[in-house]
Structure formats: C-alpha cells, structure tokens
Write a protein that binds this ligand. Structure first.
Ligand SMILES: Nc1ncnc2c1ncn2[C@@H]1O[C@H](COP(=O)(O)OP(=O)(O)OP(=O)(O)O)[C@@H](O)[C@H]1O
Ligand SMILES: [Mg+2]
Ligand SMILES: [Zn+2]
Length: 313
C-alpha cells in the first residue's frame, strides 16, 4: 500500500487541524455556558483543580493515600453531577461542552498510536479519486454496470475474456501486474473498463493517475516549453492509465514524450494501461519501432470488438 504522498501529507495536516478545531469549538461552547448559566464557571474552575489535587495527594505520602484519592474522586463526581443538572435545567445536554470528534476512535488525529485509522484511510481513498484525473467517471462506469449483452457471437466471447482479465488485473493489482493495451474501435468500453479498474485499484490503496493522451502531451509541452506544471506523477503513480493514445496532436515532441513515459515506467516496473483506437499497423507507423516494440513486447494486448455501444444504449 503506498498512497499518493502529497495527498497523504495534506491529509495529515488537515486532520491535525480538525483535531485542534474540535477542542477549540468545545472551549468556545464552555465559555458560552459560563455566560448563560450561573455557577458553571465556578464548577469548571473547581474541576480544573482536580489534577493538582491528585498530584498533591500523591506527594502527601503513602499513608491513607487511597482514602484521599477516593475523596477527590467523589468531589469530582459531585461537581460533574451538579454541572449536569445545571445544564439540563437550562435545556443543554450534559455533554454540551465536551470535545466532539467526527471520529472518536482516533480523536480526528487519523492515527491510533502508529496505526492508520479507518477514517483516515477512507479520506485518502476519496482524495485518491479526486487526484486520479477521472473526475465524474469514477464510480459511474463500473464492472457492475458493464454488460456483455451488447455483444454477440465471437465478439461476446472475446469481450468476456477481456472483462475477466481487466477485473482480475484490478482485483489483484500490484507492482508486478502486467501492463495492458486496450485496442479497438470507438464505443466498445475501453474508457468504461479503464475507470472501473481505476476505482478498484484506488480502493485497495494505490496511487492511480488517469489521463487522456491529449492532456498528457499538453502537460509535457507546458512543462518543457513554459516551465509550467509538473509531470512527475506520470513517472511515480503506481498505475498510469493513458486513454486514447493516438488522439493527441502531432507535435514535434509527441513521440519522445510518449516513449519517455512508456520506457521509464517499464524500467521502474510500474504498470500502465494504454487505450487506443489505432490498429497495430497504425501504432507502428505513427510511433515508430521503439514504442511499438515496447507496447507489443511488454504489454498484454486486449482487442475490444463489437458494435459501438453508444448507439445501442
Ligand atoms: N459493455 C458495456 N456495458 C455498459 N455500458 C457500456 C459498455 N460498453 C460501453 N458502454 C458505455 O458506452 C459509452 C461508450 O463507451 P466507452 O467510452 O468506454 O468507449 P471507448 O471504447 O472508450 O470509445 P472511444 O474509443 O470512442 O473512446 C460509455 O457511456 C460507456 O459507459
Ligand atoms: Mg474512450
Ligand atoms: Zn478515525
């Protein structure tokens, strides 16, 4: 499990703030009670003294220590009861000024000792969706709503195989997963299965970046020519999904950008999923031997076939 580190640090900060805010809000409610209900302030001040009373009792030697402790305990309980009654009489719940955390388990710190709390893990996954580049597609195009009924005959057999391979890829994703190449005409579910797999891989705690080839190339152009933005996640995301390779412009550097990403990720052993409408022949003609041999030598090609689902739906 290795989440996007920027997300991780941003969330740690946000959680720390949430933890402190909860205490500050409780303090504000306490002060409001002092204003509204006579006697609460005095009780609170007496309660604050409890800690120093315990300390004093402990310093007073072992003799009759238990008895003195019991007295303090009783006084504290009496004060609490009196306070609760005052609050309730004025229509407030007894715990009105207690610190309230969204997650009582970790007190909004995100961690219980050194163990990550479930609430923090959930927040990381949500942030993973946000930074995946998938936007609204996430959760909308899923394995569950991918239907094989749009396909018939041999196409259906082939698409069932593709579906099983992609689902298996998503459910067992690891650094050692084989990269995939989705090939096939328009409207056959390449993007659909890409977003379906992205969600499952993010849910299992991995950093996923989805991009269209068009956006990816423009990110690289902006970085190269304008010094703007940064392209580091293309090389660091545990899974990169490049959709619609071939639909990007034909800029002078396109091929070298594509080569750099594909080659670097292969060298680092990072899986990639590439989709394209181009045939093997067109890929070879457009991107040259170096890219072609990597795509077909290292990636597992899946051929999507059938009739455009966009028209059938
Ligand atoms: N088998 C399927 N079951 C349900 N919906 C599907 C299926 N295949 C495709 N769709 C839907 O059809 C539309 C087009 O599919 P998708 O965008 O995945 O096609 P594509 O192969 O990426 O096409 P393109 O090459 O034009 O990008 C989407 O709304 C998608 O959710
Ligand atoms: Mg598509
Ligand atoms: Zn928690």
């Amino acid at each position: 499990m290795s989440f996007n580190s920027k997300n991780y640090y941003e969330l740690r900060e946000a959680f720390e703030k949430k933890h402190l805010d909860a205490a500050a809000k409780a303090e504000a409610r306490r002060h409001a009670l002092w204003e509204k209900i006579e006697g609460v302030r005095e009780i609170d001040e007496a309660l604050t003294l409890t800690a120093s009373r315990i300390f004093g009792a402990a310093l007073g030697g072992k003799e009759a220590l238990e008895k003195r402790m019991a007295e303090i305990k009783k006084d504290t309980a009496d004060l609490r009861d009196a306070r609760a009654i005052l609050l309730q009489k004025s229509g407030y719940p007894a715990d009105y000024s207690d610190v309230k955390y969204d997650c009582e388990k970790c007190r909004d710190l995100g961690f219980v000792e050194t163990k990550m709390c479930d609430c923090f893990r959930r927040a990381l996954i949500l942030k993973g969706y946000e930074t995946s580049g998938l936007g609204a597609l996430i959760g909308r195009q899923t394995f569950e709503n991918f239907s094989l009924d749009y396909f018939s005959g041999d196409d259906r057999v082939r698409m069932k195989q593709n579906f099983d391979i992609v689902k298996n890829f998503a459910e067992n994703f690891s650094k050692n997963s084989t990269s995939l190449l989705f090939m096939g005409g328009t409207g056959l579910g390449k993007t659909h299965l890409s977003s379906a797999l992205a969600k499952v891989v993010i849910d299992s705690g991995h950093d996923v970046l989805y991009t269209s080839a068009l956006n990816m190339i423009s990110d690289f152009e902006n970085a190269k020519f304008k010094g703007e933005g940064d392209t580091h996640r293309y090389f660091s995301a545990e899974l990169l999904i490049i959709d619609d390779l071939g639909a990007e412009g034909n800029g002078a550097y396109t091929e070298s950008f594509v080569y750099n990403i594909i080659d670097t990720r292969i060298c680092k052993g990072l899986p990639t999923v590439v989709s394209t409408n181009l045939t093997a022949h067109e890929l070879s003609a457009r991107y040259g031997e170096r890219i072609f041999s990597r795509l077909f030598g290292v990636y597992q090609p899946l051929v999507f076939c059938g009739e455009d689902v966009r028209f059938k739906k």
